[in-house]
Design a protein. Sequence first.
Length: 887
Amino acid sequence: MRIDKIRTISGPNIYTHKPVLVARLFLEELTEKSSAEIPGFVDRLVATLPGLHEHRCSRERAGGFIERLREGTYFAHIVEHVALELTERAGIPSYFGCARYGGEEGCYNVIIEYKAEQGARFLLDVAVELVTALVIDDPYPLEEKIKDAKRIIAQTELGPSTRAIVDAAERRGIPWFRIGKDASLVQFGYGKNRRQIQAAVCDKTRAVAMEVAGDKELTKTLLEQVSIPVPRGILTQTWSEAVDALDRIGPPVVVKPLDGRQGKGVSLDLRTPEEVAHAFHIAKEYSDYVLVEELFKGRNYRVLIVGDKMVAASERLAAHVVGDGEHTIGELIEITNRDPRRGKGHEKPLTQIVVDSIVEAYLEKCGLTLEHIPHAGETIPLRDGINLSTGGTAIDVTDQVHKSVEAMCVRAARVIGMDVCGVDLVLRDISLPLTKGCGGIIEINASPGLRMHIYPSEGKPRDVGGAIVDLLYPPETSSRIPIISITGTNGKTTVTRMIAHVIGKARQTVGMTTTDGIYIAGERIVEGDTTGPHSARTVLSDPVVEVAVLETARGGIARRGLGYDWADVAVMTNIQPDHIGQDGIETVEDILHIKSLVAERVREGGTLILNADDEHLARLMENPRVNRLPKQVVYFSLRENHLLIKKHLDAGNRAYFVRNGWIVEAVCDEEHAVMHVNTIPATLNGVAEFNVANAVAAVAAARAHGLTREQVASSLMTFRNEGENPGRNNLYKIGSGYVMLDYGHNPEAFKAVCRMASLWRGRKVTGIIGVPGDRDNSLIIEAGRVAAHGFSHLVIKEDKDTRGRTSGEVAGLLYQAVKEEAPERECRVVLDERVALRMEIERIRDGEIVVIFYDKFEPLVEMLKEYGAVSAAVVEIESRQASVAKA
């Protein structure tokens, strides 16, 4: 077996609404083999991973998976369960998994939920390696691999400070995502309400304040200037200057790097020139400048300031061991490190104690060695530094802080300009009022560690992450912007553009994703098909965006999920048998399953807009996944007497329909005419029925967004195909004929244009048709049959990208379908669409209309300009014909 690739889907997806990894697994020699066919395999697997006894599988009871193993199950299924069990062993338990056919023989997609992406990716590979080894009865170093996984997790996952803030945001329902795989940079919220943090640094923390806090001498100068007590200190660059500073300040002193952090390079309680010189060289490893300071006597405290409030305080204790009368100091360190709360670095609440030169030097100064056996109950400090990162511990003292101390810390943060900081103090007792000579502030820390407050060794844990989230988003402040998501087979691009146009006219800054690019405030910032989750994230990450209008296509949903968590409004235009044969899609129901994810992810109380004229969408609310959350369901239809519309209105709900050319909004028995379809330029005077339907959907969405009927009507009156809807029914006058450019590429799209063409009575309509090569043969043939009846003359072309087919293959299928359906129809093949269009322009007759379903839009527009073509609002027809069309 081998894994070809692993995809990350971080948003809601067709498998689950949680993040998943999708491994494309080739079974190779194990294709069509089951677990029961490999002698001894099941026993070896269960002995290696006894936790599999708890896996329920489809039997929905513990032991169910073991039963499946003994009966015989396929190996993709086994890899799925092994991967899930390995995540449990590695401390990142995942509970959702599945295996699905991958579209070719011996290929499957193995899907597992993940909590730690890089660790879970590694474990998927381990799962395949382990199962392969067990099949051939080879040894496998599983415990080493689990250790490797834990190391990867510790190196790549969010640190405890960032995780505390993220967890607090999740509790408040604030969306978030990580920026970069290994960084601690996190975005909260969307658009204009987005905020960012990196560890405990907020995006609005001032750069000057960060610089000041990083310069310990400058920090002291500022605090001293406002009469906050700080230790006297001298900045040095050489060991001789440091020794001289000892004489000037007087022992005992502290030596530390000017811009150090986490207590690195800090030495305390130094009394002799030799000690200071040695400490200077240690500090010099971390900074070019070394600070020699007066040593305040007392207990060491950290006060956390968020905004203008103290939210937590801890007394910090240096790394130490407590004797038992039996073990040496070295052995006691090993015993202490076995505490499950201790880990390497910041991976756990406490950090393991590392025996380094500083520990050895400190013990030597105390007249001790690692071989010394302390008395029972005797506390042996191991170093001067009291940081958690060097093995220290913390006791929560938040409720003991005297008001004068709290006020001093808040003022210190304000003077430096920090919105989040840790204030380090040395005081005789933090519960006593401040008096002269009792200590003071020794440092201000930007990006303070939060572990000591979240996981104190003693005392009450504090929700410091929640305090920081409240700073970012005070109560009643929104982290979101309105999101309108549009999906369907046909019409979704036009509906997306219509909605964005209407909202933009209401002076709201819109971020829009479509098949032709990403737009911010009407300006295209990215070209191309941008209907996937990455494009949605682009819009939602832009701080100027007030409303997101997102075209959400099948491919992006199937392969990468959604780029947002919840939408306020969702529109589903229709479901047609397009994309059969792609991404494992075999039926229309498969397409519906994929696209209905958009409906599932409408927030509670949001609005779901469905096309009542589509048989699949008319039944969508019967799906328990869609109706799980209460939401407003709005139907739209081109038929005022639609039975579903009537039932919906009778139940007191809202619907939109067309009556005598008017778009009507109805709630129960109350009706309002919004606008006449002929006043919408994109409908070509009402003959483009598909754009009438698109306009009705857009009206429903804009109204759900909160715009007035008047705003919607006046804005849609300025929505023109040639300006606001490029590539969709763009009509050009060329001499005495017309050319229309359209993106239709499936039977229903052809059918819609053919219906429109039938209303241009008395005119010859030529179709230049093509279908993408990745469509199923049956769909290509059906498209040819539709075109055979809808056009008086046909030219068959092909897309430049044949998508895996040989040149002329798709054209051959279309030509055969046309000739079988309408043998008399004039039809020829010209593979290059530019050549085909040029030929038809050269021979265009008076009043003829040439409709080309293009592959590349811009080159054809340039060609039309060469021929002097001009945009046309409608095809000119006689008044009698117009009245028939309207009827």
